[in-house]
Design a protein around this ligand. Sequence first.
Ligand code: NAP
Length: 286
Amino acid sequence: MTTTLVTGARGKVGQSVITRLHAAGHAVRAASAAPAELSVPDGVETAELALDRPETFDAALRGVRQVFLYPEPAGIHELVKAAEAAGVEHVVLLSSSSVLGPDAENDPLASHSLRVERALAASDLTCTFLRPDAFASNAFGWAPVIGRSVPVQLAYPDAHIAPIHPEDIADIAVAALTGDSPAGASLIGRSVTLTGPESLTFREQLAVLADAIGRDIAVEHITRAEAEQQLGHHMPAPMVTSLLNLWEAADHGPATVHDTTRTLLGRPARTFAQWARENAAAFTRP
Ligand SMILES: NC(=O)c1ccc[n+]([C@@H]2O[C@H](COP(=O)([O-])OP(=O)(O)OC[C@H]3O[C@@H](n4cnc5c(N)ncnc54)[C@H](OP(=O)(O)O)[C@@H]3O)[C@@H](O)[C@H]2O)c1
């Protein structure tokens, strides 16, 4: 049986990919920068692999034919070489729809994934690029504020996105890795843009969350400068600028909704309301 290496195994999508492949009887190796922190099903091997530390690559890739890859440009050229040497045939990359944006090469968020796509495209490996839009799970960032019942402060409350449920990304990744696309369309070697089923503003997402937790959530409109200061506590300044530019641009009308989940899986994409119901408990803790 061929082994699939799943990187970023502590991540939301990585964990779901591991569980699904294992349940379907595939040999899986869960790779993480911190393997001791992993909780994987019995029968799943674990390995240390930090995408920015090439000395961890060879052992993690031994005997592997496919890789589910989180994007990290720091060690990507070394990873490609190690994967080719190990006999890897297919890589499924968790990329981002941001690579399709204007000036992606010079945008700190988009170039992170784009540099990885380019290194893979220049290799001998067969590559499948999954390009999701914003994850529904980004809403976890609001959980501490909502839990304390204070207003959610946003510079662009009416920015539209089409949030995708991480489980839909995992389902599509598994279809690419197994070659079993329920809708019959092979994904191997393709680049696909993935979104949720509807365009929602941040304000509308918060209303959906309010419904899920059974109480109102107040929204407070703040200035861009105030948002810059707040976000600056969690990420570098160029990333903050890039994110705020993205939301500013999204402030002018509905986000494009792609029907890739239906086309690839033969069923509708999971809604943000479903994600909110499944994760409501995270928004009720002070
Ligand atoms: N969030 C979005 O809206 C979005 C949109 C498009 C594309 N993407 C791409 O998707 C990828 C995952 O996005 P995400 O933001 O949702 O992250 P995530 O799935 O939570 O994964 C974060 C990664 O960070 C590592 N990590 C470090 N410390 C961790 C901890 N304490 N708990 C869990 N993971 C930890 C994990 O890798 P190890 O296990 O190896 O340490 C994990 O794979 C990103 O590379 C991003 O470029 C995200």
